[in-house]
Design a protein around this ligand. Structure first.
Ligand SMILES: NC(=O)c1ccc[n+]([C@@H]2O[C@H](COP(=O)([O-])OP(=O)(O)OC[C@H]3O[C@@H](n4cnc5c(N)ncnc54)[C@H](O)[C@@H]3O)[C@@H](O)[C@H]2O)c1
Length: 320
């Protein structure tokens, strides 16, 4: 059996947000029920190169795989390249045959956007009218497209420390570039920056708001005023990852927030094992990004590629 090589162009021709959202939702539910295998992601810090690599293995619903991905915030300015790039290997769990090797840059973006929209549907109030995007980069784009799959007629307000970036984002994707404070007064807020200090203040956030805190995915990263966490129902994606590297990591270290206040994992809420929103409280989804999200999408891409005859099959591993 040959291994299917899928380039970014191949993946782009297959992957849609309409397919990504339900696949990611199923992955979270399996995680909540304890039906997935997902060791904690391994970080390879490379301070001399201004970034890090992560190895993310997982098994879920008959599919096993690993993503090798990075975070180099200086890539766009220094090299004109995206901050996040990756490769995914999908394997047959029974024979260990490498089924596919594919670009995981788009996979990462789509599964991140999909996770935000899945969390907004599970934890946000019904019928949101406004979406605030804090940070107008790659992840913000996919967060917007995923929210448009899940919700109709959202007014989009975007903000960025680079005003021209927010302006361009608004013009291209349909929205209004505003201040951080104005974007924080929306029904749903998505933060997607590499910030290492709070950029959304407690006073700016209204009761009933749902926040997807997506940017903090490494130790020392932080986007929210810790007083938001103290007042909110906080739902994490995974205990180990969130405590080590999620939005809660810094306030847990400083003592501004207590681990015992974390309400549940998103998977537990989606699987109906823990209650979600009760009324007008602020809800926060602390996302670090789970390997099962990637496996779920890699499977969708692989199955579609085989059906449609996309990709190049090669003898990569002897006897594969
Ligand atoms: N949770 C997850 O699953 C997940 C997945 C992928 C990436 N991420 C993280 O999301 C973050 C954003 O990634 P990206 O690919 O969109 O990066 P990006 O470089 O494409 O965009 C980030 C944007 O944030 C803006 N920004 C930076 N600091 C800011 C600040 N203090 N205030 C306002 N805006 C600010 C930048 O100007 C830029 O436009 C990174 O920290 C990345 O590691 C998380």
């Amino acid at each position: 059996m040959k291994t299917l090589i899928l380039t970014q162009r191949d993946v782009a021709s297959i992957l849609t947000m309409e397919a990504a959202v339900p696949a990611v939702e199923r992955a979270f539910a399996a995680h909540g029920r304890g039906q997935a295998i997902m060791p904690a992601k391994v970080y390879l810090p490379l301070e001399d190169f201004g970034g890090d690599f992560r190895a993310m293995p997982a098994y879920f619903e008959g599919s096993a795989g690993v993503k090798w991905v990075n975070s180099h915030p200086g890539n766009p300015a220094k090299h004109g390249l995206p901050a996040v790039r990756g490769v995914f290997i999908l394997s047959d769990p029974a024979t260990a045959a490498p089924l596919a090797v594919m670009d995981a840059t788009l996979l990462t973006a789509y599964r991140t956007g999909a996770a935000g929209a899945v969390a907004s549907r599970a934890l946000g109030k019904k019928g949101p009218k406004t979406l605030g995007l804090i940070g107008s980069g790659v992840q913000a784009r996919v967060l917007l497209s995923a929210h448009r799959v899940v919700f109709q007629g959202l007014e989009v307000l975007c903000a960025d420390k680079q005003a021209d970036v927010a302006q361009r984002f608004a013009q291209q994707l349909g929205g209004r570039a505003v201040s951080l404070e104005e974007a924080s007064a929306c029904d749903i807020i998505c933060t997607a920056t590499p910030s290492r200090a709070p950029i959304v203040m407690r006073e700016w956030v209204r009761p009933g708001t749902h926040i997807n805190a997506m940017g903090a995915d490494g130790p020392g990263k932080q986007e929210l005023d810790p007083r938001i966490l103290v007042d909110a129902m906080v739902v994490i994606d995974d205990w180990h990852q969130a405590v080590e590297s999620g939005e809660v990591n810094v306030p847990l270290h400083t003592g501004a927030y207590a681990k015992g206040k974390i309400h549940a994992t998103l998977g537990e809420v989606i699987a109906g094992l823990r209650p979600g929103r009760k009324g007008d409280e602020i809800t926060v989804f602390d996302s670090t990004g789970l390997a099962i999200q990637d496996v779920a999408l890699a499977r969708v891409v692989f199955d579609a590629a085989k059906t449609r005859g996309i990709g190049q099959a090669v003898e990569l591993v002897a006897g594969a």
